[in-house]
Design a protein. Structure first.
Length: 255
């Protein structure tokens, strides 16, 4: 084996749900730079246009599609169009997600439902529909977006933590079911990452300092910090890794 080749992704086809968001967009760039054919799927039309512009300026190719990860027909459309164009799907990054920061007594049922629908149900739907192509071709990599909240109980994160805890256990079950088909299923567990999703919360009085103090490396993560984990779990380098969560948290869960 030539070990310098284990991260190369030439001829691989990758779909990133939530690919127009902070984490998803950086993951898409990383995969494309390593040679993958990238499909960015997201519900936000304007953000998809911004992704197209960014890729064009960087000299990278990208295909964008609108998707609602909670709608089976919408996800089926993405899978079908990808297969029609490329004939295969090798990588799925489930990066679509939202967070509701409220105490349990203030959290509306609709907010709970929306959080679990996008974060957990969306991961299930995309994995089942898009991953079925990997099962048929007996090869594939699925990377789910977990969180430090997959393991830790953070106040005011009940719906988010429930969804991300579910993502971790779903990852482990799917890894067991699809191991015979050579489909690796893993998750990434970021700590607080500086994105548009966290910007409002971090600007609150004392929030930034409190979070940084909880991280042994004494800084927030960036979307770029997560890209290395995405590349590892999407590439040949992780062929014997499945059913695990790779924490990208500056040591947050090591305590």
């Amino acid at each position: 084996m030539v070990y310098t080749d284990i991260f190369k992704l030439e001829q691989k086809v990758a779909i990133i749900s939530g690919g127009a968001g902070g984490l998803g967009r950086e993951a898409a760039c990383g995969l494309a730079e390593f040679g993958a054919k990238v499909i960015v799927a997201d519900q936000d039309h304007d953000s998809l246009k911004a992704v197209e512009k960014q890729f064009l300026e960087s000299g990278l190719e990208v295909l964008t599609m609108e998707v609602d990860v909670t709608d089976c027909r919408s996800v089926e459309n993405v899978a079908q169009k990808t297969l029609e164009r490329f004939g295969r799907i090798d990588i799925l990054i489930n990066a679509a997600g939202i967070n509701m920061r409220k105490p349990v007594l203030e959290l509306e049922e609709s907010e709970w439902d929306q959080t679990l629908d996008i974060n957990l149900k969306g991961t299930f739907i995309c994995s089942k529909i898009i991953g079925s192509a990997m099962v048929k071709q007996k090869q594939g990599k699925i990377v789910n977006m977990g969180s430090v909240s997959s393991l830790l109980g953070h106040p005011e994160h009940s719906a988010y933590a429930a969804s991300k805890g579910g993502v971790l256990l779903f990852t482990r079950v799917l890894a067991m079911e699809w191991a015979p088909y050579n489909v690796n299923v893993n998750a990434i567990g970021p700590a607080y990452i500086k994105t548009a999703l966290t910007e409002d919360y971090l600007s609150g009085e004392g929030h930034y300092d409190k979070i940084v103090q909880s991280i042994p490396m004494r800084r927030l993560g960036t979307p770029g910090d997560v890209v290395g984990a995405v590349l590892y779990l999407s590439s040949k380098a992780s062929d014997f890794v499945t059913g695990t969560i790779l924490m990208v948290d500056g040591g947050r869960t090591a305590d």
